[in-house]
Ligand binder design. Structure first.
Ligand SMILES: *[C@@H]1O[C@H](CO)[C@@H](O)[C@H](O)[C@H]1NC(C)=O
Ligand SMILES: *[C@@H]1O[C@H](CO)[C@@H](O)[C@H](O)[C@H]1NC(C)=O
Ligand SMILES: *[C@@H]1O[C@H](CO)[C@@H](O)[C@H](O)[C@H]1NC(C)=O
Length: 212
């Protein structure tokens, strides 16, 4: 029952895109900025909120309750996958998000962050054509709006900048919840030789295990 409902829901969702969103236009809910900047360097691009590491403080002043958060997270994943599929961008779930899908086709009940990866070339493509695009996502029972924002530090390939490990975010502009998008890059100087990939958050993969 749950599966067929999910399928019906998916059929009714229609993504649409607006390019180069003006920030003030997409920030509808609040005048205050709840970003936690204190003690952090200005070079950090994405700031999380003062009330939670998993909310963007520019868009929300408090966390949702569990029921609402679960719904928002589900819509985040669905809208992200649908939109990226329609943009023709290869992407895959990672970390806890992947485990939840593998075990039960669900988001892990204790997770409030979601992770996906893209290839490095996709990240260049997103930065060139889709930075600050605003996506409307309609579904039965009301839609949501999402912002795709690319960290300009995505061009730094090594892991030296610990404040900019996340290359891009898919942000729910109403709740402030987001998906972390990281690129996997070829590591040309890896001690284990050719065919090693890494992301800036320190994860390493063999190319055969992830891209074939
Ligand atoms: C969660 O928040 C929603 C929207 O504010 C509210 O309608 C609902 O009653 C709340 N649920 C709980 C369990 O507090
Ligand atoms: C994306 O747009 C924002 C807002 O204009 C800007 O700060 C950021 O540097 C841009 N990112 C890239 C990769 O150009
Ligand atoms: C390549 O991998 C090595 C070993 O894990 C690591 O020390 C180095 O920072 C990586 N280089 C890049 C560009 O990620």
């Amino acid at each position: 029952m749950r599966l067929s409902l999910a399928y019906l829901g998916a059929l009714c969702m229609i993504p649409s895109v607006f390019a180069d969103a003006d920030f003030s236009q997409v920030r509808l809910n609040q005048d205050v900025d709840m970003s936690r900047r204190a003690g952090l360097p200005a070079e950090k691009y994405f700031f999380e909120s003062t009330f939670s590491m998993h909310y963007d403080g520019r868009f929300a002043a408090h966390a949702l309750n569990y029921t609402e958060q679960t719904k928002a997270l589900r819509d985040l994943v669905r809208s992200y996958l649908m939109t990226f599929q329609s943009l023709g961008i290869e992407t895959w779930l990672m970390h806890g998000t992947l485990l939840g899908w593998w075990w039960n086709k669900q988001i892990l009940p204790w997770d409030s962050d979601l992770d996906v990866q893209v290839t490095e070339s996709s990240m260049f493509y997103l930065a060139a054509y889709y930075n600050m695009t605003y996506h409307r996502y309609r579904r039965i029972g009301g839609g949501r709006h999402y912002l795709l924002e690319v960290n300009p530090n995505y061009v730094v390939r090594d892991q030296s900048d610990m404040y900019n490990l996340i290359d891009a975010r898919w942000i729910d502009t109403v709740s402030g919840l987001f998906i972390d998008i990281t690129a996997v890059r070829y590591n040309l100087t890896h001690p284990q030789g050719e065919g090693m990939l890494g992301s800036k958050d320190g994860h390493e993969y063999r190319v055969c295990c992830i891209l074939s």
